[in-house]
Design a protein around this ligand. Structure first.
Ligand code: MG
Length: 378
């Protein structure tokens, strides 16, 4: 039986997978990409996503998105689009659930701080770290480090990469050097990520009171759907009106993405994943929707991500990460033994410390900070 018979010829197919780094016998009950998805769900880094910041720190409220719920929303959006385009839903789910595994505590503030700490040692980039988690850091299998995922899942996790970093990554980095595209599933996961965070950040921004509906009236995409909701349900207000608006925005983005991508695929007529890799980007929004989404993104940058109350948390996060890194670099004897190296290997020691800090949840990082700098805490 051909398990991929329902997929388009340009989808990532199990039969044409470039395989795993360490060969393994096939599963009797699952496709290779299902297996990747299952390995991701069972790994420790995935469970930590529950306590890592998306925008709001975990203890600020129980209803805000975390990296875990964000990743689930990305997977849900990506699967909806994938089914319409007859792409591989198992692969897209694996990529979506793994795409943020390398994120530090405290969201982008944490990553920027850790990157600054690692300036002299090759820097820190969360996307590259996600690949490092699944390739090396997870320790669950007897035969290899990491999760030994398929090439296609790893390719999807590595969304972007500098040429300098790509050169050190072997086959997985080659497409950045050759300027080729990844699978359609990888292209789609990237845009599903943006649909998810733009919309849930509006929702969380309003919930927190840092954004107001009046402010959002300047964002065309929001205003259009808000008017539609008010016309359909006169007198509607509060959370119900917000939810009705945001769900329509998500739907509009998804429908546009399906239609635009289907048209581009029909025009390029890729006959296989190889054709996809050498074609232009085929998964895309229409020009108008891309502009609308860019305006929304800019609005969120100016009004939410740089809100003074968010800045306060961002600054605290930077101080915590920097203080932890400096303390461990100065005195590696403070590190758990697994993360400690013999003296004289500063570069490798710094990378170990970055791995340790990046793996922390928000609350673990806060507790570790107290343990190191507060006499009362042990
Ligand atoms: Mg994401």
């Amino acid at each position: 039986m051909n398990i991929d018979a329902h997929l388009a010829p340009y989808a990532a197919l199990s039969a044409t997978s470039q395989g795993r780094r360490f060969a393994e016998p096939p599963s009797s009950s699952r496709t290779e990409f299902q297996r990747d998805r299952d390995r991701i769900i069972h790994c420790a880094a995935f469970r930590r996503l529950e306590y890592k910041t998306q925008v709001f720190v975990n203890h600020e409220g129980d209803l805000f998105r975390t990296r875990l719920t964000h990743s689930l929303e990305v997977a849900q959006i990506a699967r909806s689009v994938a089914r319409n385009l007859r792409l591989n839903e198992d692969l897209i789910e694996a990529i979506s659930l793994a795409h943020d595994l390398g994120h530090t505590p405290f969201g982008h503030a944490g990553q920027d701080a850790l990157n600054a700490c690692m300036r002299d040692y090759g820097g820190f980039e969360h996307n590259l770290q996600s690949l490092r988690v699944v390739d090396a850091l997870e320790q669950r299998y007897g035969a290899f480090d990491g999760l030994n995922l398929t090439f296609e899942t790893r390719e999807g996790i590595l969304k972007h990469c500098s040429l300098k970093n790509a050169a050190g990554l072997g086959t997985i980095g080659q497409r950045f050097i050759d300027r080729r595209q990844p699978s359609l599933e990888a292209q789609l996961a990237n845009l599903a990520d943006a649909i998810a965070y733009n919309n849930h950040d509006i929702d969380d921004g309003l919930r927190s009171g840092l954004l107001t509906v009046e402010q959002l009236a300047e964002v065309d995409l929001f205003a259009r759907h808000r008017h539609e909701v008010e016309a359909a349900f006169p007198g509607i207000s509060g959370r119900r009106a917000i939810h009705e608006t945001v769900r329509r925005m998500i739907n509009a983005l998804i429908v546009d993405l399906i239609q635009t991508s289907a048209a581009r695929i029909a025009q390029a007529q890729p006959a296989s994943i190889d054709d996809v890799r050498s074609a232009a980007k085929l998964i895309a929004f229409s020009d108008r929707m891309r502009q609308d989404a860019a305006l929304l993104k800019r609005f969120l940058h100016e009004n939410l991500y740089r809100h003074y109350l968010v800045n306060r948390m961002t600054t605290k996060a930077r101080r915590i990460i920097t203080a932890l890194f400096d303390a461990f670099m100065e005195e590696p004897i403070l590190l758990p033994p697994d993360y400690r190296l013999p003296a004289g290997q500063d570069g490798l020691q710094a990378r170990k410390i970055a791995d340790y800090i990046a793996g922390m949840t928000d609350r673990y990082a806060m507790r570790e900070h107290r343990r190191l700098f507060t006499v009362e805490e042990i």
